[in-house]
Design a binder for this molecule. Structure first.
Ligand code: NAD
Length: 323
């Protein structure tokens, strides 16, 4: 067992959290991660309405009795999102863990705190982590440049970002971006964190509710297989480097904006990739840690493997190096 401030605060067995991935963070995956002793996360905006999120939370409850959380990402979207109504649905459903991401969580904190909800804020820079801590979140998930999805615009990888953050952030902190195995967990603990957040690694599990082609592609790909789209829009997103991502980058270089690029990169098209396995239908998020993923285990096998190998690494390998 690896006990940390994060496992203690959130009442979970292992310091491993599943990232709130759009279209992937559904009850099948969140419950499997929580049942395996990690912290599963439902992705709020994967559900088209707050009412649908309420139903998904209820469905997840039928699949696990362990704690799970809900991610709410606040970033530019093609259609407006009623964020506060999603927050109300989460609170009314009795979920006690929320992961906010993408923007300052301040507007949501009074309601969440009043309802006794613990908030993990995911951010991509030290300054945003410090600000969220001051505003009263309970934990930080620090997301380095390696990550899938939105890494921010500073491009600082985790070898520097995490210890720089750990120097100034006092509340428990997760390491996010690039984590896929026991070496990553041990490194995260050494860099000053209290656990890891994994997204892409959990996509390549038996329970992830996505097409087998996506899982196989993650296994077959390496650390160079991603692309960064939306750099010119200052809303950078790391996605799988397919023909649609290359087309979007080409359009950006031609000076085109979201009105022209939006139709090919929309989340609705990405959803079809996960449903049908047509990997070129749209853009889909994937991180550089694809270079570390070589199999499709169950969540239980994956989490137990990471924790037992990490314990072995700490006890047998690292401890023996101390003369
Ligand atoms: P969407 O279909 O609304 O938009 C597709 C992409 O275009 C997203 O990356 C979005 O940020 C970007 N975009 C939209 N309008 C933009 C604008 N005006 N300027 C710059 N970029 C713009 O998004 P979706 O796939 O339905 O996802 C819904 C939300 O969830 C988005 O904010 C998205 O970024 C976010 N997201 C979250 C995760 C996660 O892990 N939580 C993963 C992927 C996407």
């Amino acid at each position: 067992m690896i006990k940390t401030r994060f496992t203690e605060m959130f009442g979970i067995k292992h310091p491993i959290v599943q990232g709130g991935m759009q279209w992937v963070g559904r009850a099948e995956l969140a419950s499997a991660v929580s049942n395996a002793g990690g912290l599963g996360i439902l992705t709020g905006l994967t559900q088209p309405t707050p009412e649908a999120l309420t139903a998904e939370i209820a469905r997840c409850r039928t699949m696990t009795s362990q704690p799970f959380g809900v991610n709410l990402t606040i970033l530019p979207t093609l259609k407006p999102v009623p964020y506060m109504e999603y927050i109300d649905a989460i609170i009314a459903s009795g979920v006690k863990i929320v992961e906010t991401a993408g923007n300052n969580p301040k507007p949501f904190l009074p309601k969440l705190k009043e309802a006794g909800v613990k908030v993990i804020h995911k951010c991509t820079s030290v300054r945003h982590g410090v600000r969220a801590e001051k505003e009263g979140v309970d934990a930080i998930s620090m997301d380095g440049f390696e990550c899938a999805g939105h890494p921010g615009e500073d491009d600082v990888p985790n070898l520097v970002l995490l210890p720089a953050a750990a120097d100034v952030i006092k509340i428990p902190m997760l390491a996010s971006g690039g984590f896929a195995d026991a070496r990553g967990l041990v490194a995260a603990l050494a860099l000053g964190c209290d656990g890891i957040n994994m997204g892409t690694r959990f996509m390549a599990t038996k329970e992830a509710p996505i097409h087998q082609n996506v899982k196989d592609k993650i296994v077959d790909s390496d650390e160079r297989s991603t692309a960064l789209i939306f750099r010119t829009l200052r809303n950078t997103s790391r996605v799988y480097g397919n023909s649609i991502a290359r087309k979007a980058i080409e359009m950006e270089h031609e000076g085109k904006g979201i009105a022209e690029i939006g139709p090919i990169v929309s989340g609705q098209k990405g959803k079809v990739v996960y449903e049908t396995g047509d990997l070129e239908h749209g853009v889909w998020s994937a991180g550089t840690c694809m270079g570390l993923i070589n199999d499709v285990p169950t969540c239980k096998e994956l989490i137990e493997r990471i924790v037992s190998e990490a314990e072995q690494m700490i006890n047998a390998r690292l401890a023996r190096m101390v003369a």
